[in-house]
Design a protein around this ligand. Structure first.
Ligand code: NAI
Length: 337
């Protein structure tokens, strides 16, 4: 329900295509009638130039205060340089659940129509945290930490979500045939949690097979429960099932704070050209509106977005159209009435 008090939201436009898609999304959010007070911050290389810090202290304070952030992608240097801003924020605010719904939009032809998957990715443990060091030149060690606590709470998140939203099936995706201890623990925790939800079918698939199964027949799955790195990779695969990275939203959720961001990265190959698809961030913003209990606005934006897709006239080029980022946003605004 909309209130007269504005929602204070920390806004991180990010870099690459981040500022373009963020601008489009903010315009749409502001047209919903919901009031926002944005606290805008740079992060990553851009922040370092301004503040001498990759994540300014004020940004931490802002998220701590507001409890909600909307974030564009931030570039992470490959093979060196500073630590991922995303990983750092997720750790700092203990945003243990990465929630990524994967669903077809109307009007888009894909290999499989009617895909409706939920990815629940553990967001604070595993290889993805980047605990690495050089033992001696030529030998590095990368440490994968999996804990009972971390695995149990993400499994519980997945089962609670499934119960609340009438999802029928959860598969844990693993490599416990090889990672017997770490992935073995992840599975044991998931099995233990599953016992408390007898109405939800529980299964387990090995990750490599899962990738093949998803491409061949995604309908055999409903909700996928994955460790951090596996969730990262399988999310992009699933994005490909429904039309690409320009579409798929995400939420990083903790007990206190939430950061909403698309699955995609900063897409340097198309940055600054007004051609990026803002749909993924817009659908992340819809998740944020639900989180803020702004149901009417969430439904309004989603309906307008789907109308623009169904009409097929003003789509961006990643999904076969010719429209630019801002033109697409204009079409959504028009559809909102
Ligand atoms: P990417 O997701 O940025 O791009 C992969 C491909 O998808 C590119 O061809 C790109 O043009 C396309 N694409 C992505 N988003 C799109 C959109 N909204 N509209 C149209 N096309 C889109 O992945 P990449 O290139 O591997 O990573 C680039 C940078 O982004 C890296 O520094 C990476 O670390 C960072 N990254 C940041 C994330 C975040 O801040 N949450 C998440 C993933 C990557």
């Amino acid at each position: 329900m909309s209130t007269s008090t504005p929602h204070k939201v920390t806004l991180i436009p990010g870099d690459g295509i981040g500022p373009e898609v963020t601008q489009a999304v903010v315009r749409i959010l502001e047209a919903t009638g919901v009031k926002f007070e944005w606290e805008r911050f740079a992060a990553g290389a851009e922040a370092f130039e301004i503040y001498g810090e990759y994540i300014p202290a004020d940004l931490y304070d802002s998220i701590e205060r507001n409890k909600v952030a909307l974030k564009g992608p931030v570039t992470t240097p490959v093979g060196g340089g500073f630590k991922s801003i995303n990983v750092t924020l997720r750790k700092k605010f203990d945003l243990f659940a990465n929630f990524r719904p994967i669903k077809n939009l109307p009007g888009l032809e894909t290999k499989w129509p009617g895909v409706d998957l939920i990815i629940v990715r553990e967001n604070t443990e595993g290889e993805y945290v980047g605990l690495e060091h050089e033992v001696v030149p030529g030998v590095v060690e990368s440490i994968k930490v999996i804990t009972d606590k971390g695995s149990t709470r993400i499994a519980k998140f997945a089962f609670d979500y499934a119960r609340k939203h009438g999802r029928k099936k959860i598969h844990s995706i693993h490599k416990a045939n090889i990672m017997k201890l770490s992935d073995g623990l992840f599975l044991r925790c998931a099995r233990r949690v599953a016992e408390g939800y007898p109405e939800i079918l529980y299964g387990e698939h090995i990750i490599d097979n899962t990738c093949m199964q998803l491409v061949m027949n995604p309908f055999q799955y409903d909700t996928l429960l994955l460790e951090n790195l596996y969730g990262d990779i399988v999310s992009d695969l699933c994005a490909g099932l429904v039309g690409g990275l320009g579409l798929v939203p995400g939420a990083n959720l903790g007990h206190e704070c939430a950061i909403f961001e698309a699955v995609h990265g900063s897409a340097p190959d198309i940055a600054g050209q007004d051609i990026a698809n803002p749909t993924a961030l817009l659908q992340s913003a819809v998740l944020m509106l639900h989180h803020l209990n702004e149901e009417a606005a969430a439904n309004k934006v989603q309906k307008a977005l789907e109308a623009v897709y169904a009409e097929r006239k003003t789509l961006t080029r990643d999904v076969g159209g010719k429209a630019g980022t801002s033109q697409f946003a204009d079409a959504v605004l028009t559809a909102m009435g």
